[in-house]
Design a protein around this ligand. Structure first.
Ligand SMILES: Cc1ncc(COP(=O)(O)O)c(C=O)c1O
Length: 482
């Protein structure tokens, strides 16, 4: 047996390359990253030809290793080239990502040191770091002491965790689910509907509260709906407001909704995944007033703080509600749990995860290295760029949607004759084929509209000007060929 163990050891030790073996691989990967950043200004924002992606499958996982250069070449061709380039400043679609560089170093540190950030007993510093970041966010939205939260993988999971917390805080029972009512607007992000289903509440009543002409929930309509539902014997439970809708960037009237939720005894959840971090900008704070009235709120650092994909955040005003919904014990964890206290606020006690990515480091490192100033400036720049675009695109002859509250604007071309929806579909297709800039579209009241969403930290004036040039060029092309 010893002989076999030694033989296996000699092979398994390959998983621990020594300094000399690590260096060329690390240097090649770092050099690739540097080269990518150098090339970024020239890279397309979108490559519609996705054929190259399948090459990954043609290089299956086998027993023997492959040299790093070959792998990086494959990665570049199959992963980096086809599809959307979210690292580009010309990525102006959906809610953009970005990926600030120091986060990558945070991820590197997290992976090399592999600290366990799930439980305070095991990783006290890691848990303190994540909770300190959550406290900072809680201060930003105006939550008092005693709040808590969790760094999740993104907004969808953070919203799901919030909804599960709201479900348990109100002691909902499965036999009542058909009578339970959640109030939301037609602009709420689809991850909310998904979360309700995953939380077992797919059969609850999802009451779509009418919106005003700027796609904001109308508080009086919310009040009426609650009264009607109570009279009908239903159980009003949860109201979900949006602080920055994905489609148009609308901010629901957070204060009025908060007042109604309190008066009616409803759990108040705000999805501020997109808009929440704009609270860093003085000018936006009044628009976001009312966030502090919520019972739970979601903010996405991989949106508003420009992190690479993989970090959302849930904050809950009463951390005990979050704990009650997620706390669990297991015999094999008895040593750990003996040291847990209510103050520990370990992520494993406050979320569905046990073992988790040490996400805090990718947020802590850039925030500490840069300080908050550049983040605040970058967010304000995005607001102004959106306003600039909104005005310039009208000069080009486009019809526009509501004046942007944050960094999303909608617009469309209304052709002299022919179907406007078809024309705008053709326009977006043309822009995608071109690939210099990447935009997306949506449907608003049956109208096909184009969206500008400015949230990549690399988007500056030149990118917006390029989009305006591309729009003018494509309109000329389509109107002359049509
Ligand atoms: C307002 C809003 N909420 C939630 C989400 C979902 O977040 P994620 O994609 O991080 O899961 C998004 C995504 O764009 C969003 O814009």
């Amino acid at each position: 047996m010893i002989e076999r163990i030694k033989k296996l050891e000699s092979i398994s030790r390959r998983l621990e390359p020594d300094r000399g073996e690590r260096a060329p691989v690390r240097d090649a990967v770092v050099a690739y990253g540097e080269g990518f950043l150098d090339r970024l200004p020239e890279l397309k924002a979108y490559e519609a030809d996705k054929e190259a992606a399948t090459e990954i499958r043609e290089s299956p996982i086998v027993d023997e290793g492959v040299p790093v250069d070959k792998l990086l070449a494959l990665f570049d061709e199959a992963v980096i080239v086809p599809g959307v380039n979210p690292a580009s400043g010309r990525f102006l679609a959906y809610i953009p990502g970005g990926g600030i560089y120091y986060s990558s170093l945070g991820d590197h540190l997290a992976a090399v040191t592999n600290r366990y950030a799930g439980v305070r007993f095991a990783g006290p510093g890691a848990v303190e770091m994540e909770n300190m970041l959550l406290d900072w966010m809680a201060g930003l939205v105006g939550y008092p002491e005693g709040s808590g939260g969790n760094l999740a993988s993104g907004g969808s999971i953070a919203n799901l965790t919030g909804i599960v917390t709201a479900r348990d805080a109100h002691g909902l029972k499965a036999r009542d689910y058909e009578r339970v009512v959640v109030y939301l607007s037609g602009q709420v992000h689809h991850c909310i509907h998904k979360a309700l289903g995953v939380a077992g509440l797919g059969e609850c009543v999802q009451r779509c509260v009418p919106m005003d002409e700027r796609y904001r929930m109308v508080p009086a309509e919310l009040e009426h709906a609650i009264a009607r539902d109570r009279a009908d014997g239903l159980i009003p439970w949860l109201v979900i407001a949006s602080a920055g809708t994905t489609d148009v960037g609308a901010i629901d009237p957070l204060q009025e909704i908060g007042r109604i939720a309190k008066a009616e005894g409803l759990w108040y959840h705000i999805d501020a995944a997109y808009g929440g971090f704009f609270a860093l900008v003085d000018e936006c704070r009044p628009k976001l007033a009312g966030m502090e009235l919520s019972d739970s709120i979601v903010l996405d650092p991989h949106k508003g703080l420009f992190l690479p994909y993989g970090t959302g955040a849930l904050l809950v005003k009463d951390v005990e509600a979050l704990r009650r919904a997620h706390h669990y014990q297991a015999a094999y964890m008895q040593d750990i749990l003996a040291e847990e206290s209510l103050e520990s606020n370990s992520p494993a006690e406050l979320s569905p995860e046990l073992t988790k990515h040490f996400r805090g480091l990718r947020l802590w490192l850039p925030l500490k290295l840069h300080g908050v100033g550049p983040f605040r400036a970058c967010l304000e720049e995005k607001l102004l760029l959106t306003r600039y675009f909104y005005s310039k695109v009208q000069e080009l002859g486009f019809e526009v949607g509501p004046e942007p509250e944050l960094s999303v604007a909608t617009y469309r071309w209304v052709p002299g004759d022919g179907d406007a929806n078809e024309f705008n579909q053709a326009l977006v297709d043309e822009i995608h084929r071109d690939g210099r800039v990447f935009i997306s579209s949506t449907m608003l009241e049956g109208k096909f509209v184009l969206r500008l969403a400015v949230l990549t930290f690399r988007t500056h004036l030149e990118s917006v000007d390029l989009l305006l040039d591309v729009l003018a060029e494509k309109i000329a092309l389509l109107t002359s060929s049509g």
